[in-house]
Design a protein around this ligand. Structure first.
Ligand code: FAD
Length: 519
């Protein structure tokens, strides 16, 4: 059984490493020169910058990255952090997101008072109950009768372990986080900001079950990777190769064609072609549709390149002298201004750890800042003129720097005033498109507004989708969890195919989905 994985993001590498580890012949083709995609780290003038993702989570025992590490024999080498991040509200308040639950309880009570406690009690109880379910695997949406049964039995066993939660879980499956939020400007502002970075939607739209789990992220085992976040993908590349699989860089796949009833031909831009029994797309749906062309299942073809509420990211990468950074400043900060939750109104700022010499030349630190940005204006500006695009970049850079100066007052106000020897680079959705090939530069998957919004990972027999557009959505641990499920399903499909070959029997109806009936 030969498996070709298109893309060496967290999703593609996780699936590839598990399948190679379990004895399948695996080849990963990555267009870029480095692995990691949105969770990569790149080099520039002696600095190592995290390209998109900066916060590593899910490493606590029983959490996705720990499970994955155990399964593959990977020691992540993550440095645990006591503080996941600090959230700086527009009114000047700073709230520390401690990883320890008791410390967080004290902190939140001090900021939101007793009135906020029923909300946090609901959030913690729901998140812990759902983690208990997710740990065993929760194949959502089910792709065949087998997964339907698995879902049914796991949900039944889980309800027995959590008696009394049935009614609240069912209600929360259909309503937003806001239905659970008490009155209170500060709590609302805090929750909205936290959900924007984890669910890509505010409390008014983010689904309550998803939101409860997303708000639990600081307690799932947060840490810093020596070498930057890209080290996670590098460990996975090593795991694929250790198990006998191949990972090749600079290989952009341009077409995937059916070459037999259960066989595919994968063609790269270098004119190379390879046969595969299984193809796994580590891509957004419309990218997968473009590679499949006429053979794309109708559901893929019916989706827009990016959903109307999907986000892009604007990034600012800074190389700054250590002595311009306030001493003992924590690593991760979410800074809110009065100017909204996107387009520089809210930023997420991460400093490289001072203990990591690989991230910056001596005496310097590298900083990655991100802000949500709408996709269309970037492409419109680019279509208008290079000047319009550059002006938009300069304007947003100034807004991001203004927000960052709340913590780093020594930063100059604009790129034009940038001192010699310091570094400032930016990235827009156009840059994300160029470096990750994600259509329109849409990142971080579908905003988590409904549990019924997911496309199933099984596109057709032998064709699978992994990454942040399939359940359970964006973030490194969530993508890894979704990819572990796909690896398991591919193995089951391979076993069925072997039985079929052996006995010449037709496949059971549950796995003979036509390309069009994915859900
Ligand atoms: C700005 C930003 C900040 C974030 N912050 C965090 C955070 O702090 N913590 C966290 O956990 N998550 C964070 N996330 C989310 C997380 O980074 C993503 O959800 C996750 O990395 C997506 O992984 P993926 O498997 O979907 O693949 P991607 O990262 O999209 O990777 C896909 C890979 O496929 C390759 N590829 C594409 N087309 C082709 C082709 N035709 N041929 C060959 N290769 C191809 C690309 O080059 C890329 O390497 C952030 C995301 C962004 C954008």
């Amino acid at each position: 059984m030969r498996v070709v994985v298109i893309g060496a993001g967290i999703g593609g590498l996780t699936t590839a490493a598990i399948l190679a580890h379990d004895g399948l012949e695996v080849e990963v083709l990555e267009a870029h020169t480095d692995p990691g995609g949105c969770a990569a780290t790149f080099s520039y003038r002696g600095f190592r910058f995290d390209a998109g993702a900066t916060l590593a989570s899910g490493f606590a025992p029983g959490m996705p990255m720990a499970i994955l590490g155990e399964r593959l024999g990977i020691s992540w080498g993550v440095h645990p952090e006591a503080l996941a991040m600090q959230v700086h509200l527009p009114d000047g308040t700073t709230i520390s997101r401690w990883t320890d639950r008791e410390r967080w309880r004290i902190e939140r009570r001090a900021h939101f008072g007793a009135a906020g406690e029923p909300f946090w009690a609901w959030q913690e109880q729901t998140a812990q109950a759902l983690w208990d379910l997710a740990r065993e695997g929760f194949p959502w949406p089910p792709q065949d009768a087998g997964e339907g049964w698995t879902l049914f039995w796991r949900a039944t066993a889980w309800l027995r372990r959590h008696p009394g939660m049935w009614s609240s879980i069912v209600q929360d499956a259909f309503r937003p986080v806001a239905a659970r939020l008490p009155e209170g400007e500060r709590l609302r502002s805090f929750v909205d900001a936290q959900l924007m970075i984890s669910a890509q939607a505010t409390a008014a739209r983010a689904n309550a079950l998803y939101g409860a789990v997303a708000l639990d992220l600081p307690h799932t085992g947060v840490g810093s990777m020596p070498g930057g976040i890209g080290a996670i993908a590098e460990r996975l590349v090593e795991a694929v190769r250790r198990a006998g699989g191949r990972v090749r860089f600079g290989q952009e796949v341009q077409r995937v064609r059916r070459s037999g009833p259960r066989a595919f031909r994968v063609e790269t831009d270098a004119g190379e072609g390879m046969e595969a029994d299984v193809v796994i797309f580590n891509l957004p749906p419309s990218n997968a549709a473009a590679l499949l062309g006429e053979e794309a299942p109708p559901i893929l073809r019916s989706l827009p390149e990016a959903p109307p509420d999907g986000w892009g990211a604007f990034m600012v990468y800074l190389g700054v002298p250590e002595d311009r950074i306030p001493p003992n400043l924590p690593l991760h900060h979410q800074i809110l201004t009065e100017e909204g939750l996107a387009e520089g109104g809210m930023i997420f700022l991460t400093l490289s750890p001072s203990w990591d010499p690989t991230r910056a030349p001596p005496g310097f630190r590298s900083i990655t800042i991100s802000t949500h940005t709408a996709l269309a204006p970037w492409w419109e500006a680019l279509a208008r003129s290079p000047q319009a695009y550059a002006a938009r970049k300069a304007e947003l850079t100034a807004r991001v720097l203004r927000a960052a100066r709340r913590l780093l007052p020594d930063l100059p106000a604009s790129e034009a005033e940038w001192p010699e020897g310091w570094v400032l680079r930016t990235a827009t959705p156009v840059t994300f498109y160029q470096f990750t090939r994600r259509a329109r530069g849409w990142v971080a998957g579908f905003p988590q507004t409904s549990l019924w919004r997911y496309i199933g990972p099984r596109l057709a027999p032998g064709l699978w989708l992994v990454g942040d557009t399939v359940f359970p959505g964006p973030s490194i641990p969530a993508v890894a969890l979704g990819a572990m499920r796909v690896a398991q399903q591919v193995q089951r499909e391979a076993a069925r195919a072997r039985r079929w070959l052996l006995w010449g029997r037709p496949l059971p109806s549950s796995c003979s989905l036509s390309g069009g009936s994915i859900r």
